[in-house]
Design a binder for this molecule. Structure first.
Ligand SMILES: Cc1cc2nc3c(=O)[nH]c(=O)nc-3n(C[C@H](O)[C@H](O)[C@H](O)COP(=O)(O)OP(=O)(O)OC[C@H]3O[C@@H](n4cnc5c(N)ncnc54)[C@H](O)[C@@H]3O)c2cc1C
Length: 270
């Protein structure tokens, strides 16, 4: 699977949905790569009263926005983007084993998570993986550790067992360290040492620096100008991932602006 789009949006929260609606209105072939809607911060809000024209629980507003996205005609690619990289004239996005290309990409991934533990970034791709279904087969019959909880983690643990991995699972909470020489081979969780061939770290959100190759950040928030441009040509950003204030109206506004800027960028290329 995979495909080519004018505008690819990573993140299906308010910023990503707003960007998608604007991009579709401008006639752009648009897709949103989206984790489940309940992973949006908006879904956690008990009652939203500061958004003009509508009020309700965050989950209700998220549901309405999601329905509007579905009706808009934008394609929804269910899954987690694992990496975003400039390919020169286009931007590539890996989602599991699939690869997508956009003339422009808008990052709308919400608050950026710092790496979960020491050694995570250092050993990524060398005994540390964010995707069990992509890399699991490489560790068939071997010892693997999983850090993470929730439905996705349970699903991936089951998958790893099915393909013959010896799985040790941890919630990912507490003090964790990954060590090794050329490759990660040891996990220390709250003082317990586990020898392992691979550590699968399963979380909804990667840090912006990990997700987007070469992106300029300021303490984990993506640096943009007022039009949503980042330091990478063709990559734009909107919403909580660009920093405070962490508010719905700001996320929606920035999504709209980033999409308009992306449309202008595409017109200038042609
Ligand atoms: C408890 C709580 C209450 C709040 N109450 C209010 C309020 O009353 N008023 C207000 O204005 N604001 C409120 N907020 C803030 C508001 O919810 C956020 O500012 C808003 O949701 C930001 O939208 P966003 O699209 O930038 O990020 P998010 O809503 O976090 O959406 C980002 C989406 O991108 C997905 N994603 C991340 N990484 C990837 C990836 N690699 N691949 C695919 N998808 C990915 C995430 O899973 C998520 O679904 C509240 C927040 C919380 C936590």
């Amino acid at each position: 699977m995979g495909g080519k789009y004018d505008i690819l949006i990573v993140g299906g929260g308010p910023a990503g949905i707003s960007a998608a609606l604007t991009a579709v209105n401008r006639g752009k072939k648009t897709a949103v790569i989206a984790n489940p809607p309940e992973t949006s911060k908006l879904s956690l809000a008990e009652l939203v009263t500061n958004y003009p024209g509508i009020s309700g629980t965050g989950a209700e507003l998220m549901q309405k926005m999601r329905s509007q996205l579905i009706e808009s005609g934008a394609e929804i690619i269910n899954g987690k983007a694992l990496s975003v990289m400039s390919l020169g004239k286009t931007i590539g996005v890996a989602v599991g084993n699939d690869f997508y290309e956009g003339t422009a990409v808008i990052i709308a991934t919400g608050i950026s998570r710092r790496p979960l533990c020491e050694g995570e970034t250092k050993f990524l791709g060398r005994g540390v993986s964010y995707c069990a279904t992509c890399d699991g087969m490489l560790y068939k019959g071997k010892n693997v550790a999983v850090l993470g909880e929730g439905e996705e983690a349970e699903h991936d643990i089951e998958f790893l067992k099915e393909i013959g991995c010896n799985v040790t699972a941890f919630s990912g909470k507490g003090k964790i360290e990954i060590t090794g020489e050329m490759k990660a081979d040891t996990l220390v969780v709250n003082g317990q040492t586990v020898k392992t061939d691979c550590i699968f770290i399963l979380k909804d959100t990667l840090s912006s620096e990990t997700l987007v190759n070469g992106i300029e950040c300021d303490r984990s928030t993506i640096k943009t100008d007022k039009s949503g441009k980042t330091n990478i040509s063709g990559v734009f950003a909107a919403g909580d991932c660009t920093g405070a204030p962490y508010q719905l109206a700001k996320a929606v506004g920035e999504g709209n602006i980033a999409a308009l800027t992306a449309c202008e960028y595409i017109s200038n290329l042609n």
